[in-house]
Design a binder for this molecule. Structure first.
Ligand SMILES: Cc1cc2nc3c(=O)[nH]c(=O)nc-3n(C[C@H](O)[C@H](O)[C@H](O)COP(=O)(O)O)c2cc1C
Length: 202
């Protein structure tokens, strides 16, 4: 069942940096549009890496925390649950080596269990309502044609398993020191994205 809240995943390993600020501005935008948002800091959730053991290849009707052999042994499902139930889903993430940060990617790899459940036609997954996800990316380098390409493709196919198309991410370059994201233009763009996400979801 869908909740009446938005969830924002803040994906940096650095506390109090640009992604955290972007997540707060997204939440402010959701509030401006009349909604409520929970910010989840991925770094605060201990997620074990996918073992590539094949256990989830045959879900056989299993669901929830039983889908993965690691089961309830870590916090992966604490992050998945809001992804399945939030009315609006947003991400704020830095770029690390042209990609998503490793803690975030470790969690994404654990979603292989959803890929398998979807392939089996699990109705609790295939019948999820279509929700458009939004992302803000922050990168230290001022240039680079493909700076956001890897992160965008991975996020897009991760979300596909949850029936969520990804809108074109809002991407900022030359944002490196923890306080680099302070401009009014950036703030307006990011809160505007949060506002728009909630308005569209309502
Ligand atoms: C491990 C690591 C790898 C990084 N790789 C890149 C990169 O490939 N390209 C880039 O533009 N910035 C890179 N950066 C810089 C971050 O994207 C930048 O500092 C960003 O603002 C960090 O966001 P945060 O404050 O939310 O942690 C990297 C930073 C770290 C810590």
């Amino acid at each position: 069942m869908m909740t009446s809240r938005a969830v924002i995943y803040a994906c940096s390993h650095r506390r109090g940096g640009n992604s955290d600020r972007a997540a707060q501005w997204l939440a402010a935008g959701v509030r401006e549009a009349g909604g409520q948002a929970d910010i989840l800091y991925v770094r605060d959730h201990e997620v074990r890496p996918c073992l590539a053991c094949g256990y989830c290849d045959e879900p056989g009707g299993r669901r929830g925390r039983d889908l993965c052999v690691l089961g309830p042994g870590d916090a992966a499902w604490d992050l998945f649950e809001p992804l399945l139930t939030a009315r609006a889903v947003l991400f704020a993430s830095p770029i690390y080596f042209y990609h998503l940060p490793s803690m975030f990617k470790t969690w994404i790899d654990r979603s292989q269990q959803f890929w398998a459940a979807r392939a089996e036609g699990a109705p609790w997954l295939t019948e999820l309502p279509r929700r458009t996800a939004r992302a803000v990316f922050l990168a230290g380098r001022p240039r680079g044609d493909k700076l956001f390409e890897g992160a965008t493709v991975t996020l897009k196919y991760f979300l596909h398993n949850f029936a969520m198309p990804l809108d074109e991410p809002l991407a900022f370059r030359g944002v490196d020191e923890p306080d680099d994201l302070t401009g009014r233009t950036e703030r307006e763009a990011i809160t505007g994205l949060g506002r728009h996400a909630w308005e569209e979801a309502s």
